[in-house]
Design a protein around this ligand. Structure first.
Ligand code: HEC
Length: 142
């Protein structure tokens, strides 16, 4: 499934993202924006539980832009939530915060048959996710 998602994404980015966009419409009207992570070290296919890019300046830069394109509409510009979704500046820093982050990023959040947050794992991939997390940690507040 993960590979199929990635192949679809690759195919779809070539033709204006149509199939990805329409498959996502079903999960809350989010059109994912492709993110160029080629400048970041490869981290393989298996999902990691802890951020391999923590403190990586290139990842922070990519993550800021990826956040703005994919997360800000719900979580707020510059990670300051306007109240629609949790304020991500308060996510715990370090490894245990990483585990919670990657769980939500991969699978999103649904309950009582409603999608509160769409899953991003298969669509944007883990390099993008960890880049976003690296940027978020620079915005952390207690
Ligand atoms: C459609 C709106 C929406 C989008 C887009 C969205 N989220 Fe969320 N997110 C939510 C909501 C709502 C919750 C709370 C879910 C719940 O409590 O069940 C949430 C929860 C989270 C959490 C857990 C926060 C906590 O304090 O428990 C993380 C981490 C997170 N989102 C990261 C992201 C990232 C990263 C992106 C972009 C790749 C993103 N979200 C995009 C709506 C969204």
């Amino acid at each position: 499934m993960r590979n199929i998602g990635r192949m679809l994404l690759l195919a779809a980015t070539g033709v204006a993202g149509l199939s990805v966009a329409s498959s996502l419409m079903a999960h809350g009207n989010v059109t994912p924006q492709a993110v160029d992570t080629s400048a970041l070290p490869d981290i393989g296919e298996e999902w990691l539980q802890h951020n391999p890019y923590r403190g990586n300046a290139e990842a922070v830069k990519i993550g800021e832009s990826a956040y703005g394109q994919n997360c800000a509409r719900c979580h707020g510009l510059d990670a300051e939530s306007g109240g629609i979704a949790p304020d991500l500046r308060y996510l715990e820093v370090g490894d245990s915060g990483d585990e919670w982050f990657v769980q939500r990023y991969q699978h999103g959040s649904s309950h009582d048959g409603k999608v509160y947050m769409p899953p991003f794992g298969d669509i944007l991939g883990q390099k993008t996710g960890w880049a976003i997390r690296a940027w978020l940690e620079t915005k952390h507040q207690e």
